[in-house]
Design a protein around this ligand. Structure first.
Ligand SMILES: CCCCC/C=C\C/C=C\C/C=C\C/C=C\C/C=C/C(=O)SCCNC(=O)CCNC(=O)[C@H](O)C(C)(C)COP(=O)(O)OP(=O)(O)OC[C@H]1O[C@@H](n2cnc3c(N)ncnc32)[C@H](O)[C@@H]1OP(=O)(O)O
Ligand SMILES: Cc1cc2nc3c(=O)[nH]c(=O)nc-3n(C[C@H](O)[C@H](O)[C@H](O)COP(=O)(O)OP(=O)(O)OC[C@H]3O[C@@H](n4cnc5c(N)ncnc54)[C@H](O)[C@@H]3O)c2cc1C
Length: 602
């Protein structure tokens, strides 16, 4: 087992190789992303590509982009995104680092006034990054103008030593043994460090040579644009991570046999047990659902970005709500699913050689980074409350809230489901999800004046986001889908995704009157039939993810199914097996055994 220092150095070597190949091959950001996925290290390349570069693109002037991105693309500098502090992460407007303009020298003085203002968490900050976009309170002419971004050099490009006034280091080991522990999330304190005025990112606002603050004609929320970008990439990441865990658990479930042998015949594949299917197949359906909604979200983000270019800011609130909500719902579901997939694999699911513990350790933090999932869903709730009040004043909602315009019907409609088969009707499913989401949002809005409940808002936000995911799955199935029988399988998975949510959140659907208890039990009956129908193709549906054994990294999820040989082989690779008599026997065990043996002969 590598020490953290060895793990860091090994990862740094891989990352530097990836960066070198990126420059030599003139890779695009997308291609570099694929390379990153192949080396499967959530380390250094993420923050440089995923946040440092986008922050400069989104908040820098043309001139600043030209200057800094030229160096960043060639890896002449390595950047990170330094926003979170020891005392504040979710509350960005509460950050304490200061950037005070000094007109006498045309510089900003960057400073950490308190212990809690120490920058804390930025990936790569601890040992790797030479530069950072640092978020700080802009103060000029004695007035605090709130949080803005500044480019700062942190380390010498000659010998990598921290620059004067900068104290910098790693925040220490983290959850899990692998990837994130190879990452140098850092701590940084600034002691009146001076930077030129032109290192304030000035697309959203400027400070003149005289120190006058000038706000551009763009919404101040563009300051948060980098986070919106990453949140939409994280949805695709979540679908990938979930599909890896499901691939391992389904393949292993088809190999593993326990009980059920008759007259000496073969035991039963655990994947045939109804309990195994009801635990696992919703995750299989979710993996496809998150992939499709991730594709749509990427389109939405691209569309909003293009509109921003022509100063059309109308869809910015929708982009924020969708990226925040989908990042929250998909990462929470994925973390829970990976943990359940470990349990679905029994004891072997806890072995590192299964690939599942590392997958869990790398993906659990996604529930927190890029915005705590609860805080983000409360942002969606805020967006929904605004939309409900706009509908009440006669404004027609658009985009993912367009369904709210159908308020007359959705507030009183009854589900048309009368038979088990009716639950196969996408229109019936969509209407039930729309009615649930709308009624929960309206209930929350009505109660908000009496006793604002974060819980109600949170649950209304979940209902709205789940409606988006179900809707995008249904819309995907309206497209031409290649491959004989593929669309039928995806229709079954769409049914499983939607009906498992009705089962899981039946209280919502019943309390808002969207379904009756009988309709709820028909949904459960339909779900059980769908599990049985998907079972014959379950392995094919995970093979379709087309992961190599290398990428999957799992003795349980091997394509050839040769699980037991792989487990046995992996076991002997463990350093503990380098000697048959373990280190420590002579000092600790032998004296005890000899002593006890002697006593027993007295
Ligand atoms: C190329 C090779 C590699 C590529 C690799 C590809 C993929 C990798 C994928 C994944 C790995 C990713 C990263 C690596 C791992 C970790 C890195 C982690 C980094 C970080 O964690 S960075 C820090 C993240 N921090 C946060 O997210 C903070 C969360 N908090 C906030 O966003 C805000 O504080 C808040 C919660 C939104 C509150 O904002 P605030 O202004 O205080 O108050 P409000 O009153 O609530 O909002 C005012 C107003 O503004 C609207 N608003 C808020 N946010 C946004 C936004 N983002 N966009 C647009 N509009 C926004 C809000 O709706 C309000 O509007 P009103 O009209 O209602 O007034
Ligand atoms: C692996 C990892 C990598 C990271 N990388 C970076 C990076 O590169 N750059 C960077 O700047 N940051 C980074 N971060 C920091 C990350 O962005 C923050 O941890 C995240 O934004 C959450 O903020 P917080 O830690 O202050 O949690 P808090 O906001 O303090 O949340 C703590 C708890 O309080 C709850 N809570 C907070 N506010 C409310 C509210 N208004 N209503 C209800 N409940 C609330 C939350 O739900 C949570 O349960 C990273 C974090 C991790 C784990």
């Amino acid at each position: 087992m590598l020490s953290r220092k060895e793990l860091f150095k090994d990862t740094l070597k891989k990352a530097a190789h990836a960066w070198k190949r990126t420059v030599e091959l003139h890779l695009t950001e997308e291609e570099a992303n694929l390379l990153r996925l192949y080396i499967d290290q959530p380390g250094y390349v993420d923050l440089h590509w995923v946040m440092f570069v986008p922050a400069i693109k989104g908040q820098g002037t043309e001139e600043q982009q030209k200057k800094w991105l030229t160096m960043a693309y060639k890896f002449q500098i390595i950047g990170t995104y330094a926003q979170t502090e020891l005392g504040h992460g979710s509350n960005v407007q509460g950050l304490e680092t200061t950037a005070t303009f000094d007109p006498s020298t045309d510089e900003f003085i960057m400073h950490s006034p308190t212990l809690t203002s120490s920058k804390w968490w930025p990936g790569g900050l601890g040992k790797t990054s030479t530069h950072a976009v640092v978020y700080a309170r802009l103060i000029t002419e004695g007035k605090d103008y709130g949080i803005h971004g500044f480019i700062m050099q942190l380390r010498s490009l000659d010998d990598h030593s921290p620059l004067p006034g900068i104290t910098i280091g790693d925040i220490g080991g983290k959850f899990g043994s692998g990837a994130y522990n190879s990452m140098d999330n850092g701590v940084m304190r600034l002691d009146h460090v001076r930077i030129p005025r032109d290192q304030m990112l000035m697309r959203l606002a400027q400070v003149t040579r005289e120190g006058k603050y000038v706000h551009s004609d763009v919404p101040k929320q563009l300051l948060y644009g980098t986070m919106v970008y990453v949140r939409q990439t994280i949805v695709a990441d979540a679908s990938r991570a979930l599909s890896r865990a499901v691939c391992i658990a389904v393949r292993y479930g088809a190999i593993r046999k326990q009980f059920g042998s008759k007259a000496g015949g073969p035991e039963t594949q655990v994947l045939n047990y109804k309990t195994q299917q009801s635990r696992l197949f919703p995750f299989l359906a979710s993996a496809y659902a998150f992939r499709f909604v991730g594709q749509w979200l990427k389109w939405l983000y691209t569309d909003v970005t293009q509109k921003l270019e022509s100063k059309d800011f109308s869809t910015l609130p929708e982009a924020h709500a969708c990226t925040a909500g989908l990042k929250s719902v998909t990462t929470s579901a994925t973390a829970d699913a990976i943990e359940e997939c470990q349990k679905l694999c029994g004891g072997h699911g806890y072995l590192n050689s299964s690939g599942l513990p590392e997958l869990f350790a790398v993906n659990l933090p996604a529930c927190t980074y890029e915005g705590d999932n609860v805080v983000l869903l409360l942002q969606v709730a805020r967006f929904l409350m605004k939309t409900v009040s706009q509908v009440a004043s006669g404004k027609q909602p658009v985009g993912t809230t367009a369904y709210m315009g159908n308020i007359q019907h959705l507030m009183q409609c009854k589900s048309v489901v009368n038979t088990v088969e009716d639950w196969l009707n996408p229109a019936a499913i969509k209407e039930v999800f729309e009615a649930r989401a709308l009624r929960m949002a309206v209930n929350c809005a009505q109660n908000i004046s009496k006793a604002p409940s974060q819980e109600e808002g949170f649950e209304a936000a979940v209902a709205h986001v789940q409606l988006i995911i179900v809707t995008k799955f249904i819309e995907k199935l309206q497209e031409d889908i290649l491959g004989h029988g593929v669309k039928e399988q995806l229709q079954k998975l769409c049914g499983i995704y939607a009906l498992h949510l009705i089962h899981k959140h039946l209280g919502d659907f019943l309390s808002t009157g969207c379904v009756t208890a009988r309709q709820g039990s028909l949904a459960n009956e339909r779900l059980g039939k769908l599990y049985a129908q998907v079972r014959p193709n379950a392995v094919a549906l995970v093979d379709a993810f087309d992961y190599t054994d290398h990428y999957l990294g799992s003795a349980l999820g091997r394509y050839d199914g040769d699980v037991y040989s792989a487990l046995y082989k992996e076991a002997w690779k463990d350093p503990l097996n380098e000697t048959v008599v373990p280190d420590g026997y002579q000092e600790h065990l032998r004296p005890l055994l000899k002593q006890q043996l002697k006593l027993s002969r007295l």
